[in-house]
Each structure stands twice: as C-alpha cells, then as structure tokens.
Design a protein around this ligand. Structure first.
Ligand code: HMG
Ligand code: MG
Length: 320
C-alpha cells in the first residue's frame, strides 16, 4: 500500500457502531399506513442482520404521527434477543408511560437547536421541550433505562436557515446536564457538506468529543456519505442510518430520508471498517419493506442491485 494511502486510511476507525432507525425515522414519514405485521417483520429482518440497536418506533402523539400509532404492538412483538437494544422515541411523560408498558429497552428524547423547529415539531419552545425531556429522563432512569438525547437542526433548520454551532453547544450542554447518556446530533434536513461537520465538532470542543457522539445524517442532497466519512476521520464512531434511505420528518418539509444504511456499510466495509452487520441480510430487509410499500427504496445500493452492478461488493470485503 502506498504511504499516502496508508496515512489517509489510518485516520479511519477499525469499528463503527450503526443504529438502524428505519422503522422509526424511516416509516414516520410514509403517508399510507404500513401494516403492523409488515413493520414487525421488517424489524425482525433487521435484527437478523446484526444491528446492536434498532430504533423500533416512537411513542409520540398519534394525532401528530398516525403512522406510528401502533408503537406498543410493534415494540412488544419484537423479541429482545442476542443483546439487541430496542429503542424508541419518547416526547413526554405520556409517551414514556406507553413505552415502559410496551417493554422498551432504551429511550430517545429529543429537542432542537432551532426555536422554529421545536415549535413545529413538538408544539413547544426549546425551554418547554427541555422541561419534558427532564421529566422523561427522570422516569427512564427510575426504570433503569439508558437515554439518548437528540438535538435536531445541528447545521440548519427548515424554517430558520443556518444554525450556529454555538447554539448546538448550548443545547448539548443542557441535555448532558439533565443526564442523558448519549448525544445524537441530527442533521435534520440533509444540507451539510464535510466542512459543516468540521465546524460542528469544532464548536463542540470541551463539551462533546466526537468519540462520545452519534451522528444522525439525512441525505437530501447526496452529501451524507461524504459527511460520514469526514466525521469518521474526525473521530466519530457511532452513526444512525436507515435501511434503504427511507424516511424524513413530517415537520421538516423537503427533507429526505436518512443516510441509507447499506450505502454506509458499503463505504465502511470497502474501507476495512468493521460494523458487525451482514449487508446481504440488510438488503433482504430492504427488499421486504420495498415490497410492502410497493416501490423501490431510494438508497443507491438498491438501484445498483437492480442493475446487477453490486458485484456482491462489500460483503466480500474485509470487516462486516
Ligand atoms: P400536544 O398535542 O401539544 O400535547 O403534543 P398535549 O400535551 O397538549 O396533549 C394533547 C393530547 O394528546 C392529550 O389527549 C394527550 O393525552 C395526548 P386528550 O387529553 O386531548 O385526549 N398526548 C399523547 N397521546 C399519546 N402519546 C403521547 C401523547 N402526548 C400527548 N406521547 C407532543 C406534544 C410533543 C407530544 C407532540 O407535539 C408530538 O408528538 N410531537 C412529535 C412529532 C414527531 O414525532 N416528530 C418527528 C420525530 S423528531 C425527528 O424526526 C427528528 C429526529 O429524527 C432527529 C433529526 O433528524 O434531527 C429525531
Ligand atoms: Mg431524523
């Protein structure tokens, strides 16, 4: 291997942790109701692919997100096996009550670095959303559950435009003060380029190390993989992604789905980075959901497979 290639690759991690958020972030934006049985099978297939954690659903107000009104049924039907963490999004005390009854393993709370988005997404100011977060974190801790804390709009807001890293820093600091175990940085509208990711983490120095964060990229403009790669070089070791690139947020108009998990796997495995996930099984889960939805999923690997161009690429490479 030439020296230049070796030093370029040496900045990359040996392992990356990927949380599959397709069943939640992916499906929440689907207009037509997906059958509960299809959601359950989708999660089961994803579990077979070997994810350490799947965000299975969300216990938000079903009037706001009717698609996920069956959260309790879906969660309760997915077995807790092989160390799989079945997490769910929870907006308030009512949501926590429902999630605990359904047997959730981990709670994800959420707020935003943008006032405008907080209002549209949760009918609350950032301060009000943090009051709810405090209540949920308290209840989750009392139940012995770990908590992930999302901050949306870490680069830009669909209503207010660019967001300064200093504002993200303030919200991250508040969430850590409340006691969340993990910070998840949401690039909600998929506008970031690698330079934005650098600015974001520069702005978080002293509050949140890249190694301690999770990065949640949406891929609206095709910058997701480039941002993930830059983030890995900076030190980020944990990412969210969505099978097939499903999804978007009903309260972030124009935003497309998350970075597609199989595309991220392709990048990782071809770069010698281990994920522990079986890409063929992941693709099988994606094909199942594509059939349930009656359309092809947007992730590029699915298009490549359809044309026979995949050449079983990443699966034969080091490190799945
Ligand atoms: P609200 O309607 O303002 O709440 O919702 P409320 O307290 O006024 O309650 C109104 C009624 O709803 C009451 O019932 C409550 O009991 C009921 P009533 O007395 O009228 O019969 N209610 C609930 N029922 C079931 N489950 C609940 C619940 N809460 C209230 N949890 C709330 C406030 C925050 C709940 C609402 O705004 C909401 O659910 N928002 C969530 C919206 C959402 O799901 N957005 C997408 C997820 S975030 C995202 O995608 C970003 C992320 O991916 C990261 C990124 O990409 O940046 C995470
Ligand atoms: Mg999201």
């Amino acid at each position: 291997m030439p020296d230049s290639t070796r030093s370029f690759m040496s900045a990359l991690p040996a392992d990356v942790r990927i949380t599959e958020v397709g069943p939640r972030d992916g499906l929440q934006n689907e207009k037509e109701l997906v059958q509960t049985t299809d959601k359950i099978r989708f999660v089961e297939l994803l579990a077979e692919a070997g994810f350490p954690e799947i965000e299975v659903t969300s216990f938000v107000n079903p009037r706001w997100v009717p698609q996920l009104a069956d959260a309790a049924e879906v969660l309760a039907a997915v077995p807790r096996r092989g160390g799989l963490i079945r997490s769910a999004l929870v907006p308030n005390g009512k949501g926590l009550e429902r999630a605990l009854l359904a047997g959730v393993d981990k709670i994800a709370v959420f707020t935003a670095a943008s006032e405008a988005f907080s209002q549209r997404n949760t009918n609350a100011t950032i301060e009000e959303s943090l009051v709810r977060v405090r209540e949920v974190v308290g209840g989750a801790k009392a139940a012995g559950l770990p908590v992930r804390g999302y901050v949306s709009c870490v680069v830009a807001c669909p209503y207010a435009g660019p967001i300064e890293p200093a504002q993200v820093r303030t919200i991250v600091d508040r969430l850590l003060g409340i006691g969340v175990d993990e910070i998840d940085l949401g690039e909600t509208i998929g506008v970031a380029a690698p330079a934005d990711i650098e600015r974001l983490y520069d702005g978080l120095q002293g509050v949140l190390a890249p190694e301690a964060s999770t990065l949640h990229l949406h891929d609206t403009r095709g910058g997701g993989l480039a941002c993930a790669f830059r983030a890995m070089q900076i030190g980020v070791r944990s990412f969210d992604a969505s099978c097939g690139g499903l999804g978007g947020c009903p309260f972030a108009p124009g935003a497309a789905g998350n970075l597609a998990t199989e595309d991220l796997l392709h990048l990782c495995h071809r770069s010698g980075i281990r994920t522990g996930i079986d890409r063929e099984k992941l693709l099988a889960a994606g094909r199942y959901m594509a059939a349930a939805l009656g359309r092809r999923l947007p992730g590029r690997s699915f298009a490549a497979d359809a044309t026979g161009a995949s050449a079983s690429s990443a699966t034969t490479c080091a490190g799945s």
